[in-house]
Write a protein that binds this ligand. Sequence first.
Ligand SMILES: [Zn+2]
Length: 500
Amino acid sequence: MPEKTLTITGGHVVDGTGAPAREADVLIRNGTIAEVGPSLRRPEGSEVVEAEGLVVAPGFIDCHTHYDRAITWEGIGRHCALQGITTVVGGNCGGGDADMAAHLDAAEAAGPGVSYTCLVGLSSVRTRVKGPVDAAPTSDELATMMRIVEEALDAGAVGVSWGPYGAAQFQGTEEVRALVAPAGRRGRVFATHRRNERGGAVAATREALAIVAGTDARLIISHLKVIGPNGFPLLDEMLETIDAARREGLPAWCDAYPYTGAATGLSTLLPEWAKEGGRTHAVLGDDTCRTRLLEEIQQGIADRCSAEDILCFARHMDGVFGLSLAQVAESLSVSPAEAVVALVLADPDARGGGAVYRNTMREDQVQRILSLPYCCVGADSGVTPEEGRPLRGGHPRSFGAFARALRWSREGRTVGLATVVRQCSGLPAEALGIHDRGTLVAGKVADVVVFDPKPISDRATYEEPVQYPAGIRDVLLAGEWMVRDGSYVGAGRGKVLRDW
Ligand SMILES: [Zn+2]
């Protein structure tokens, strides 16, 4: 094979290890970082990219996405590359495909424009075996679930994920612990969206730590946060709990996104008992428990934010897309809690559509979390591409989380440049066990982003989320051009990472 080299010259190299920026050239040979150092001798015929005044960093690794379905979408490479992202992890919050071999094969066949790996989601696993019933599995059922997890890990899943959705919300600690054990035996990841991020945030954090304690699983607490008036006072105790476990040697990381708003299905506002047994529609239509149901939904709203702060992105009901829950309620002439019931009832999936919950977090607390030495930037991003339709709606984090984290750093709200770059690259690589990516060090895959530290900024907003950041000039994926002078050129293909 003829040697193909590219030299990025004169930039401020921030290599993702946490080391401070230094003036250096980066020499890439056949898709791999060959050398990083001052005034490197350029091989004859080497392509040269001037980066004076710019930051040269490792391509970003988004350890928390919901791109499981989007990974085979032809636009996924552009979507990620325009944000500087070169590797993504799907299957978070319990959602990853139980048939991991088929899923990763399909991703490979699509040749995605971003490198990809996936977690096997315990909600999907339990759905296959037992479903959303509030009962512990029999030993046979547990053995079957364990076998599915083992097969998924053998097929290349980077780890196991859990979240309080679907069938998984009825899994007790012991059941989850048993299903995480196979990941522990392989030294892989357990990524968990804790059972409670509000008044029960400390207890739920203890549960997450207990699930991996005594195993060799590596814990990533997903979107670490405290939500709402009952959660806000718990931040200190929650962080102390994690610090204490880390001091004892427990391998724990977290991810977080730099926004005070969350996003999830509207049905998250329903009490657990209303979703038991997959009978949500029947329960919601049952008049005998209606008063209690509406009270608990109203409480669920108040525990998070307000009906004005909840934006509904339901596509299954006409005329509500993008409206606040308060506006939907007004248009239906009902209370906000009744509007939740109406939206969930109208949805065949009983999810009520996606929703953004603005102002559920405090900005100073989000910034404190994003300043933790073990916190990765994870966008918690999802996109729902539909054929022939542009992306619309949703949370701005899917388009701006990484650039916003860099902007917060520049504005002095979180950590310095070297640390935030590490949070976007080297740290998630370390947490996930991705050994050949995440830093600009000789021998690593040449995933590189070149950005201007001054204007780097997110542009996505809650009103107009589908806007890509400003300031990202070049992106290389394994040495191939993805973004050049700010435009997507998409010459490269991502790799499905499945050898651990
Ligand atoms: Zn989640």
